[in-house]
Design a protein around this ligand. Sequence first.
Ligand SMILES: [Zn+2]
Ligand SMILES: [Zn+2]
Length: 564
Amino acid sequence: MSNNKKATNELVLLPIGGAGEIGMNIYLYGYGPKTNRKWLMVDVGLTFPGPNEPGVELIFPDISFIHEERDNLVGIVLTHAHEDHLGALTQLWPFLRAPVYATPFTAALLAGKISSYGSPEKFDVTEMPLGSRFDVGPFNVEYVGMTHSIPESNALVIRTPEGAIFHSGDWKLDPEPVVGALVDEKRLMEVGEEGIDVLICDSTNVLKEGHSISEGEVARSLARIIKDAPKRVIVTAFSSNVARIKAVALAAKEANRYVVVAGLSLWRVITAAQETGYLPDDLNFLDQDQYSEMQRSDIVLLCTGSQGESRAALARIAKGEHRRIKFAKGDMVIFSSFTIPGNERSVGSLMNNLADIGVEIVTTSNDLVHASGHPQRDELKQLYKWLKPRALVPMHGEYRHMSEHRKFAEKNDIGHTAIVTNGEAMRLLPLDHEQGSLIKVDEMPTGRWFLDGKTIAIHHEEPMRERRKLAYVGLVVATVVLDQNDYEIIDLLLETQGIPAEVSKRKPLDDMIENLIEGTLKSLPKKKRRDEKAATEAVRRSIRGEINRLWGKKPVVIVHLTHV
Ligand SMILES: [Zn+2]
Ligand SMILES: [Zn+2]
């Protein structure tokens, strides 16, 4: 009997976001028999909107499944503080209401977010020491420190009675991380000796041969560039990259320059890093108020906006719209970052504005000024060697990355591999399940939720479609006042938005439409004419048709019919 019961316990992996995309990572691990699973959530990330989501602030994975199941959600464990791993938590926590675990730096950044206006509700975060091991419901979780492009990026060993898995989180093997400890090779080997059944692994850079560039190399390169620069140096980087902030501050010190900081998110990270000991006390950061008082050759300006974000400091400075900071010919702007796919256009226009001022632009294409935080092939191979996993499931990648990662793992003698996508529950353990290993056992609906103004839009398709439509074809609102008896038009009010003047200001447009409406109403059978809805729809169609005839496009048309 007890044997039988044990056989039904299994560990499943259900990604809600992050499998098949780079961004909005939420991974659920479910343990127990199929009908009574307890869930552990790893990370609660977001992604940023593109042109298809006009007016949307942020995008979150659709968590309705776990929202309904939240009585069985035993905890939320965060691997690290990047937005694609924790950015959705403050907004989504009210739907989850489960205990949150994070290491000190991540907890400090999160605390800043929770106390700021952006969080709808306050909640506690349990701060776990680096390397700690703790139980969350039926899961035993161990934090294993990795290196990445932010302090305290953690892998997780998740142990259950059916075996152990290694959730890599975001990582690289950096021999000189500039901040934080080296990867704990010894611990990784011990964990491997003990036995890892499945490795759930970062796929971001699997297409790249060799080893990633170290933060240390970038730091030396930045120091050289800053030392040789004649006038102001401006460095823009991802604000969470504390190693880069430290490297810039050290380089400035060496070149006898002051570091001025512009951008709220940079200040938030600097404060959290100082609190947790990742930035030494003797590195000073000055407020932007002091910028104008200094000689050009005394300044290194650290600022946000490497992705061309229109509201960030750099874009505003480049357009000459910043109140305190101006650039001049001969200054140098270093993009210590890469352009996230989708942002090419905004980065391009930012660079055009900078070039127009006469600023020298340094990017990864003309110098060593950035390093990725994700593992390339040699690093992946090294991790496989330490952990000796029996199986591998790629994650944190688009399909091309995940399928390549699968092939790469097979080439490196990992026996079982499989790809799981958002919304699929894949059985991971026991790995020798009699009904098959690494197979899909369930499917849940997935999608996206939008932070739209102050609301979280769960049913978002319709408003987005309407907004996209309005953006392309404009709006016509017609208020028609009709005589009760003979359906003569007493008054017609026509308002348009986004319609070219050649169409909307054509003098007889009102008359044309008035005649059109009268004609339409007269052509309707009496019964239909009295049917408010049918009459309105007929009028709407005729206006839309008429404007299409004049313009070649069908606008959004809203009609109000009233009778007096
Ligand atoms: Zn990530
Ligand atoms: Zn990351």
